[in-house]
Design a protein around this ligand. Sequence first.
Ligand code: PRP
Length: 177
Amino acid sequence: MDSQPEVRILINRQEIEAAVSRLAAEISQDYHDKYPLLIDILKGSFMFMADLIRHLDFPLEVDFIGLSSYGKGKQTSGKVKVAHDISTPIKGREVLVIEDIVDTGLTTAFLLDYLQKKKPASLKLCSLTDKSSRRQVPVTIDYLGFTVPNKFLVGYGLDLNQKFRNLPDICFIEDED
Ligand code: PRP
């Protein structure tokens, strides 16, 4: 086993729950009569999506897309690939993308462009966190939970080398030096 890096809480589970409730209220106001399709970006957003839709008390559909932009470790490769595509036709649908974090913006910019080409009626983005100081390409986040500092985040779906996704709080890895 590798030695475990030190992990500290940045946003605790109560703060996450409050943000999820607030976002759900905003989304409900805008989408309650639109039968939207919520598209979850795997893997990091699975926990946020699961918690969010439990607060949405109106008809909706969900689908999942697997994208990958990061290699092993903490550095982005800068390349985005579709690893697992949606199975729902989205032409004419009201589509809301659910993301856990917008960092450089490369992943979401790629996805929004990819989906826009399929001609949805509308296309918006909900992200639990925004590491805006790292942005390389502009991305509009329509529903945002938290702006976060430039730290490597894990927990609540976020990983380091696939580990730590199960932590119930959003945490950061202490710098090793
Ligand atoms: C993470 C995160 C976002 C993306 C954000 O996913 O879940 O999708 O990176 O980074 P960006 O704004 O710099 O593109 P990752 O590719 O690590 O895959 P995962 O969700 O499976 O962990």
